[in-house]
Ligand binder design. Structure first.
Ligand code: TGC
Ligand code: FAD
Length: 385
């Protein structure tokens, strides 16, 4: 039984426990044994994609088109279990479901939904989400990537996207570009002439996830490539809200993985006269980890219920992303410390979680951007520029 100090299991429905337990078994059997090697070698465990699909993890909380139609809490628990394995693995599922399938589901035409969603739920079509650019990260509204109408119909796209998860794996890229100075989403098959994905190597974080630059040079797409039912920044920012929600659940898994590893290690490791778990300073770290994980679990379960009721606000999601990622990063750092020198070894998960969480702290809105979103919400004054 994983960490549940406040018996939150009692607050869950049977179906939610079932999803969590299935994903937990899958992560223990198929991810944890192999992920350290993938991380070390900088490879994504591609063979798991079919199993993500079998477990209903791709577009898990979407309805229809072969999606599992899970509730938001069940979906969150699945993300938590995946990230107990590795943030990069959870990232794959977040990008596929929240950043690529969600906008097609929410803003696409019926034909786009039929064309892409069943294949994406089955893991046969992989997506990526291109919003960030080399010079526009926290401020994507300033993006340079442009679309222009072609005289005979369709669009021509030019621009560069940077730091794009799944970029070199994807069959379709959702590219956000300005058309007549308003942001629109375009579904760009990655085999289109003029489209190139370049893998970013030498990362020390999220090494079991593929991260890429996307280069679009006179990429021509048909009229039906544009997402017809949204324009403006509300399009991409709505997708971010979905993904940030999943991240706020997911990172609890990385924190639990770090806590459990540190607790076991501390009970075994003898220094001076007894196991280090018997020293007050080590107990204080373990108690801090336990307390902060438990607070984050309470927070996210409440957020999940608000989301299921259809009442969640982007600011409520920002609070959870900001709090839970910072909590998990602190927990992973404490776990790394408790393991001493062994904490830097691939053999244990704590160092890998810690390095991964440095990315999670930055992507999907940096910690400080979420501070500013909340600052604006409570004061009514934007402090972005
Ligand atoms: P602003 O003027 O405030 O709003 C523009 C329109 O969007 C609406 N809106 C939202 N809708 C849904 N969810 C949200 N979170 C929303 N935030 C704003 C808003 O109501 C408005 O709608 P309308 O209809 O009135 O036009 O927006 P802004 O352009 O000033 O942006 C403000 C800011 C700084 C908060 C935003 O740019 C931001 O969030 N920046 C952070 C960038 C970011 O998070 N990038 C993430 C890239 S993707 C990624 O990292 C994937 S990692 C993948 C993985 O898991 O591996
Ligand atoms: P910057 O925006 O340059 O920020 C640098 C620092 O300045 C941060 O500390 C930030 O908080 C601070 N800062 C910025 N503005 C302000 C301000 N107004 N006030 C105070 N401080 C400020 N993007 C995608 O579109 N799709 C993806 O799939 C994707 N996957 C990613 C995967 C990885 C591994 C990584 C690392 C990133 C990914 N990203 C993706 C990009 C990610 O969303 C951006 O890195 C993030 O939004 C921050 O942008 P930046 O890196 O340009 O940092």
């Amino acid at each position: 039984m994983a960490l549940d100090f406040y018996a939150l299991d009692e607050e869950l429905q049977d179906e939610e426990r079932l999803v969590r337990d299935n994903v937990r078994r899958f992560v223990d059997a198929k991810i944890i044994p192999v992920i350290g090697k993938h991380y070390q070698e900088g490879t994504f465990p591609h063979d798991l994609v079919e199993q993500f699909a079998d477990l209903g993890l791709l577009g898990a909380n979407l309805e229809g088109y072969g999606c599992a139609g899970m509730g938001d809490v069940a979906y969150g628990l699945a993300m938590q279990e995946l990230e107990r394995g590795d943030s990069g693995v959870r990232s794959f599922c977040s990008v596929q479901g929240s950043l690529c399938m969600y906008p097609i589901h929410a803003f696409g035409s019926d034909a786009q939904k039929e064309k892409y969603l069943p294949g994406m739920a089955a893991g046969e079509i992989i997506g990526c989400f291109g919003l960030t650019e080399p010079d526009f990260g926290s401020n994507p509204t300033g993006m340079i990537t442009r679309a222009e109408r072609l005289p005979g119909g369709g669009y021509r796209l030019n621009g560069t996207k940077r730091w794009i998860t799944n970029g070199n794996l994807a069959h379709v890229a959702i590219v956000w570009a300005k058309l007549d100075d308003r942001v629109h989403g375009f579904l760009v098959p990655t085999n289109t002439k003029g489209f190139t994905a370049e893998k970013i190597t030498d990362k020390f974080s999220l090494r079991a996830s593929v991260t890429s630059s996307l280069i679009l040079e006179d990429v021509e797409v048909d009229e039906d490539a544009i997402l017809p039912n949204v324009s403006g920044m509300r399009g991409p920012l709505s997708c971010l809200s979905q993904a940030r929600y999943g991240i706020a659940w997911g990172v609890i898994g990385a924190a639990i993985g770090s806590y459990e590893c540190a607790l076991e290690y501390a009970k075994d490791r003898v220094q001076f006269s007894k196991p280090i778990a018997g020293y007050q300073l080590v107990q204080q770290k373990l108690v801090t980890m336990l307390t902060e994980i438990t607070k984050a679990q309470c927070l996210i379960l409440r957020l999940g219920r608000i989301k299921e009721a259809g009442k969640v606000t982007p600011q409520q999601i920002s609070l959870a992303k900001r709090n839970n990622v910072a909590m998990a990063l602190d927990a992973a750092r404490m776990g790394r410390d408790i393991l001493g020198a062994n904490g830097i070894m691939y053999e244990y998960p704590v160092g890998r979680h810690m390095m991964n969480l440095e990315t999670v702290y930055t992507y999907e809105g940096t910690h400080d951007i979420h501070t500013l979103i909340l600052g604006q919400a409570i004061t009514g004054i934007a402090a972005f520029d």
